[in-house]
Design a binder for this molecule. Structure first.
Ligand code: GLN
Length: 482
């Protein structure tokens, strides 16, 4: 039952093989059984069973959608009315949102069942899920390694079959990187494709929500529900949402794949590189033409991102002041003490580091030297992607330089941690969509292949991922014991 796709579960619900209440109860049991992974911050058992009951009624009435009665989970960055939304921080440990994020609203409308809220790096800042106030998440493939971040709870839960599928968000790789390290499928849509309303902001010009699933087929179904214009989000784009499942079976003959040489050079683990080569060979067999390309600005992505993202985060996180909502220190002496101690105690170390870096980069004396310079680099990177994607249909490459690293291995060295985002960050700066799909194993741990497409070409990416998943079974493999 836990290994079934959304379509198979929908079929089971309709044929009466099981009810949504039974399915939901089975997942809730599994969540309890594997609580050691620390994938969930909150398990919303009563709400889930209530939603499952309502879904069963809808199924009986014949007005159900594909996701009706399917147990899913939300990254704890999406506001959920009446349910605690922490963003992985002590700052929001007592925050109960008064409204639902648009994405949550859409899943509710589709009749999906929410099992709970998933663990994440604090305010989505991190690449290992070790910065969460609620503790590190464990990678089900090897519990001594990280699941990746910041959507680490989502990746671990989907890989360990503790939810059929779940949401993630990606500012610089937080959907793709944990998807790669946990052996699941993750899609970061084009900036503006999925509403950010009610998704707690980290770096607003980069943040984008998307699906994390076992297969591309399931990702198409999830994205169908998530995507679309939202007048509550001024950066959401008003273009038609295609039928993401319709083109999954299109053939790939003549598909032009570009491999940037900058992606395959120094720094990429050799076993990961060999695994990716085998995956790309599979695409050749499917009829694709593979050429080497060059994207010289890729190497500038990390420095540009680590100015822009902290700059935006320092502005976004100024709202957490101990006054309006969130954590407030005990017995403040005066207003200044209230601000200082509430923020000092409420935020973790990495978040404070980002606020400091961002405030510095935005300060009067350094604005031009850092922030404006980073914005100029961002433009060059976008131009590089536009040029490359006018010559090839998609770009492929690694998602991460290595497989999952050990818990504790990089947390003391921020630069090394930031370098683990080297293959994902440029995509957010350009705003294009990209996926990570399971492409094999190295040292016994999952390897992800990244597929990057043109603006709003999510349907094409899903098609390309699905075709690979028809001739390989990496995406169906489960970690031992799960
Ligand atoms: N690891 C990157 C960071 O720490 C990306 C995080 C994300 O995509 N939310 O900023």
């Amino acid at each position: 039952m836990y290994n079934k796709t959304i379509a198979e579960l929908a079929q089971g619900l309709r044929s009466g093989e099981f009810s949504s209440v039974e399915l939901t109860a089975a997942f809730l049991d599994r969540i309890k059984q594997h609580s050691g992974l620390n994938a969930y911050i909150s398990v919303t058992e009563d709400l889930a069973l209530q939603q499952a009951k309502a879904a069963d009624a809808r199924l009986a009435n014949g007005d159900a959608e594909l996701l009706t009665g399917i147990p899913i989970a939300q990254k704890d960055i999406f506001c959920t009315e009446g349910v605690k939304t922490t963003c992985g921080s002590l700052m929001l440990d007592n925050f109960i949102a008064p409204y639902n994020a648009t994405v949550v609203e859409k899943f509710n409308h589709a009749g999906a069942v929410m099992l709970g809220k998933l663990n994440m790096d604090e305010f989505a800042m991190g690449s290992s899920n070790e910065t969460s106030y609620y503790g590190a998440v464990k990678n089900p493939w090897n519990i001594n390694t990280v699941p990746g971040g910041s959507s680490g709870g989502t990746a671990a839960a989907v890989a360990a079959r503790l939810a059929v599928c779940a949401t993630g968000t990606d500012t610089g790789g937080s959907i793709r990187q944990p998807a790669a390290l946990c052996g699941i499928t993750g899609l970061k849509p084009t900036y503006g494709r999925v509403s950010r309303y009610g998704m707690i902001a980290y770096a607003s010009s980069l943040d984008q929500g998307g699906p994390m699933t076992r297969s591309a087929e399931d990702a198409a179904i999830m994205l169908q529900t998530m995507a679309g214009f939202d007048d509550k989000d001024s950066t959401s784009v008003d273009t038609q949402v295609p039928d993401y499942s319709a083109g999954l079976n299109n053939r790939l003959d003549g598909l032009k794949i570009g491999l940037p040489k900058e992606f395959f050079g120094e720094g990429l683990n050799s076993e990961v590189a060999a695994t990716l080569e085998t995956a790309i060979d599979e695409y050749r067999k499917l009829g694709a033409m593979v050429t080497e390309i060059s994207m010289p600005t890729l190497k500038l992505a990390i420095p540009a991102y680590y100015v822009i993202a902290p700059a935006e985060c320092s502005a976004n996180l100024s709202r957490f002041d101990g006054v309006r909502f969130g954590y407030r220190c005990e017995n403040p002496a005066d207003l200044s003490d209230l601000y200082t101690r509430s923020r000092g105690e409420g935020f973790g170390k990495e978040v404070k580091r980002r606020i400091l870096m961002g405030t510095y980069a935005l300060s009067a004396g350094y604005y031009d030297a850092y922030y404006i310079k980073a914005q100029k680099i961002r433009r060059l990177i976008s131009e590089d992607f536009k040029k490359a994607l006018s010559e090839v249909d998609v770009i492929m490459g690694p998602v991460t330089p290595s497989t999952a690293f050990g818990i504790g291995e990089k947390i003391g060295n921020p630069i090394e941690m930031y370098l683990s985002d080297i293959y994902t960050i440029a995509i957010n700066l350009a705003g294009v969509p990209a996926m990570s799909i399971p492409a094999g194993f190295a040292q016994g741990l999952p390897v992800g292949l990244q597929i990057i497409g043109n603006y709003f070409a999510e349907d094409r990416l899903l098609n390309i991922a699905h075709q690979y998943q028809q001739v390989t079974d990496w995406h169906q493999q489960a970690p031992t014991g799960f």
